[in-house]
Structures are given as structure tokens and as C-alpha cells.
Design a protein around this ligand. Structure first.
Ligand code: DON
Length: 320
């Protein structure tokens, strides 16, 4: 009788890389979770998940990749896309600029001359793009928004009521911004309805794999690689990615573009979504944030992967 040697099962190279970076940064205990939205203060700082979805629809994940969390500002990318779909590039541009800002994401500031918020990734700009979502009344607009998210995610999603209520009852800065924009004609009269819609979009529940699928959809010219559904007309993907590239990482956006070189968006709950155009989407969740508001482990993982695999958009060296 011959005894077959025991061999380790083949691990896909992408899975191996994910396991390595997860292990490397798991014990990095820097940063603190956001507390300014009362519901977010309850989060467990140890949670850490990573997921990659390729444009061929393959999925790889490690750690707490199934853990649900609220999408927060990452939603701004997709609502910008829906506003573009509803009104076209020029109309959206007349209400929201595309300039990076050195101000905090929740600054009450509009462009001096045009009175537009600076870009769709800061709160003022996001409230403006949300106000552009078409529909008769609050429920039709909410349903259109949820249907849009479902095209990217590939399954039904829901809004976390405690977070929505938490933001709704404490979001006075956002309310102030909306009224200021109404004063300058940047948003219409549905101020409170649009603010509710904004708080609802931020409270959408997702996990890392959802973020990776959404990112992979953008990497795949707007077509969800797992379902084949066109989530957004492909002509608007470049608008969404350009704004992410310039403004997606708060006041770290410049250094991020320089070091990592990929369009990305982070949110205060600790989510981070990165697009590698034509190749893959990456979703990371780790709640502790650095002083700029980005996930500490999330940024480290991306800097590491971009460097290891030459993912920077302007990388000249050929690497596999
Ligand atoms: O409005 C707020 O403050 C949060 N719902 C969004 C926070 C967030 O992730 C900030 N991002 N730019």
C-alpha cells in the first residue's frame, strides 16, 4: 500500500496576499473610532475585514469581511452618480463643483463666487447631489436611491434605523449647510426631505464584500461583474472616479493620490473603498480612524498593496 503525501491545498495568490496583509496589520492598534455620531461610538475597534472582487467577478476575503456597518460617506460616490444620471454633467456641475478643498468634510463653506459647495465628497456637496435625486415625494426618492445601491451591491440592502435617527437628531451642521445652500439657490425647497435622504444614504448597511463589489462595478465601466447589471451609464464612471481620486480621502486626498495613486473613498464608520480601473475593487473595514478621518489599517493595507503590486495609476514599471 502506498501512502500519498499530504499536500497543502492550493491557495489562490490573491487570497495569500490578503491573508498576509491582514495578519501584518491586525495588531496595529492606532487611531480611534468616530464618536460624533452617537451610534458609531458603540463599534468594536478590533473588527478588521478585507475583500477583493475582480472585474471577472471572482471574490476573495479575509477577517471580518461579512461584518455589516453603515456606509457613511462612501455613499456620496454613488449618489453623485445618480445625480449625473438624473440631470447630466453640466446641470450637476452648476450646483456642485469638483475642486478639492483643504477644509474639513463638514465645514460650512461654499465657493465665494459661484456659491457652490466645493465637491460632492464633502457634506455640503453631498447634500446638494442628494437634493438632485428625482422622484415624487420622500418614498419614491428613497426607493430610487435604494434601487441604485442594489444595482451596485447585487442584492437588497437596508437602512440602519438607529444610525439614521442618531444622525437626524444630531446633524445640526448638515442642517445649517442645507439652509445656507437653499439661501443661494443651490438646493430646492425640499430641504428637510433631502436631509432625511442624505442621513438615510449614510446609514445604508454594507459589508466589505459589498464595498468591493461596488468598487469592482466602477472598475468594470459601471457593470456589476457578479450580476452583469449596468449600475450606472458607463459615460459617468469617469466623473465619479475623477472626483474620488481628487477628493475621496478627506484632507489626505493629495498624499493618497501621490502614494497610492488610485480612486478611493473612505467613511467615518471605518469603511474604505478603492477602485483599480479595469482590474478590481477593494473593500476594507476597520473602525479606528487617523486624525484626518481615514481608517488607519485601511490606509496601511492600501499603501502596502499599491507598492507591492505597482497599482499606482501612473506607475511606469511593468509588474505582474
Ligand atoms: O454627515 C455626516 O457627518 C456623516 N453622515 C458622513 C460622514 C462621513 O463619512 C464623512 N465623509 N466625508
Amino acid at each position: 500500500m502506498t501512502i500519498e503525501p499530504i499536500t497543502a491545498p492550493d491557495v489562490h495568490p490573491i487570497q495569500e496576499v490578503l491573508n498576509q496583509v491582514h495578519e501584518k496589520y491586525r495588531s496595529l492598534n492606532l487611531g480611534t473610532p468616530a464618536t460624533y455620531i452617537p451610534e458609531l461610538a458603540k463599534t468594536d475597534p478590533k473588527l478588521f475585514g478585507i475583500c477583493i472582487v475582480t472585474v471577472d467577478g471572482e471574490q476573495f476575503s479575509v477577517g471580518d469581511a461579512e461584518q455589516l456597518f453603515t456606509i457613511q460617506s462612501i455613499s456620496k460616490v454613488f449618489v453623485h452618480g445618480l445625480a449625473l444620471e438624473d440631470h447630466g454633467r453640466e446641470q450637476v456641475l452648476s450646483k456642485v463643483g469638483v475642486e478639492p478643498t483643504g477644509d474639513a468634510f463638514n465645514a460650512i463653506v461654499l465657493d465665494e463666487q459661484s456659491k457652490r459647495p466645493y465637491n460632492p465628497m464633502v457634506n455640503a456637496g453631498a447634500i446638494a447631489t442628494t437634493s438632485l435625486i428625482k422622484g415624487q415625494g420622500a418614498s419614491e426618492r428613497l426607493n430610487r436611491m435604494l434601487a441604485m445601491f442594489e444595482r451596485y451591491i447585487g442584492h437588497e440592502s437596508y437602512i440602519d434605523m438607529p444610525t439614521f435617527m442618531s444622525e437626524r437628531t444630531t446633524g445640526f451642521r448638515n442642517r445649517a449647510m442645507a439652509y445656507l445652500m437653499r439661501n443661494f439657490g443651490m438646493i430646492d425647497d425640499r430641504i428637510d426631505e433631502s436631509l432625511d435622504l442624505y442621513f438615510q444614504q449614510c446609514s445604508l448597511m454594507v459589508n466589505c464584500c459589498d464595498l468591493a463589489t461596488m468598487a469592482a462595478t466602477l472598475a468594470n465601466q459601471g457593470k456589476n461583474p457578479r450580476t452583469g447589471v449596468q449600475a450606472v451609464p458607463s459615460c459617468y464612471v469617469r466623473d465619479m472616479l475623477s472626483v474620488m481620486y481628487m477628493c475621496g480621502m478627506y484632507n489626505y486626498s493629495g498624499e493618497w493620490a501621490y502614494r497610492v495613486g488610485l480612486p478611493a473613498k473612505s467613511g467615518v464608520s471605518g469603511g474604505l473603498m478603492v477602485v483599480v480601473p479595469g482590474r478590481l475593487g477593494l473593500g476594507i473595514f476597520s473602525p479606528p480612524l487617523d486624525e484626518r478621518g481615514n481608517s488607519v489599517r485601511g490606509v496601511k493595507v492600501c499603501e502596502d498593496l499599491s507598492e507591492q503590486f505597482g497599482l499606482h495609476l501612473f506607475e511606469c514599471e511593468e509588474r505582474s
